[in-house]
Write a protein that binds this ligand. Sequence first.
Ligand code: ZN
Length: 427
Amino acid sequence: MPDKDRTSGYFRPDLEIMDAQARQAYLDRKVADTVAHAYAHAPAFARKMASVGALPGDITKVADLARLPITEKGELTEMQQKGLPFGGLNGEPLESLSRIYVSPGPIYEPGERVFDDDRWAQAFYAAGFRRGDIAQVTFNFNMVPFAFWLDASLNMVGCVSVPMGVGNTDVQIQTLKDLKVQGYLGTPSFLATIADKAESLGLDLKKDLNLRVGFVAAEMLPESLRASLQERLGMVIRQSYGTADVGCLSYECAHMNGMHFAQDCVVEVVDPQTGQPVGENEPGEVVATIFNKAYPLIRFGTGDLSAYSNAACACGRTSPKLTRIMGRVDQVTKVKGMFVHPSGVQQVAQKFPEVMAYQLVVNRQGHNDVMTLVCELKDAPADLSELKCSMEMAMKEVLRVSGEVEFQQPGQLPQGCKVIDDRRVWK
Ligand SMILES: [Zn+2]
């Protein structure tokens, strides 16, 4: 049998390759519908809308969403405790649900009876999962919805799911081998554990296993780990971005270089302080609106920091891409009007192998923010001023804010110190 074509085509061509205008009109309609439904059936959202004096007739397109407050994850538990189980967040009565999921918090999540959300299926197809693939799901099936979503979504693509859950590495390996499993769904670190264990059992990862495509989530995927897994197992590894509350928000295609917005939801990137959408390539919080009538989360703040790009992609998908997840909003600091995140500082420091320890200190001089990257070096280089100069250039390039680099004797920065020390005092 010829190898499957795992790089071309789309799961939802009607949505994935539509032009920008048609997409806008489609999403505007869905937003108007979802808001009207949530207002009528989910009292917690009706109250949110009332708090800003908005009526369903005011929110008829994507751009109108900016009028509504953002609901942060931390609020959900509190809202629910005021009226268990769902605190008025559910958009359908209890008897029409299939499940109640229990997420950490606790947050009780209504599970719709008919799961027709195909955003994960879009992601799987883009990753290279194809009809007839056997796919092993190694995420946890207890309490939380994620693994159930993946299982149902594999079925939408025409794959056969093996619901393994977490752990049991030996049984996982035996199953991969016996069933000639082509697809893996799980964390990248667990896939590495499986590969190590299989090798220690004397298996040839490429000959004895038949893995072709992996979908990894729930952990950061360093490119070095991706490369090593792809090479060792002879498979393709793709990732997506989403949360346990709002599902899949974006996913990689064969060309990678960011993650396409999933279709059939609204992804906004907003200024965490004002809640207003930011422009292309500007960092901000990812905020999602999903069209789930049983659990209509409208302007849900993920707490994750990212940016989007409208650049065209060779895969043909026309949706914007999230460029990368930069960290959590609660760790971000605004310096000279720009968001600076610990991961950005780390990125600067990692460009210079001489740097052993570092901390970004933010101060205020008069009415100006001053940013100093304090560094301790392994060995003093021949030309300290040259290193200082190139590090300052890297700061400007990566953080998009200029600052100064200062060297000090090793051992003064405590181990595990904060990456950003914001010393500004606001009076
Ligand atoms: Zn693409």
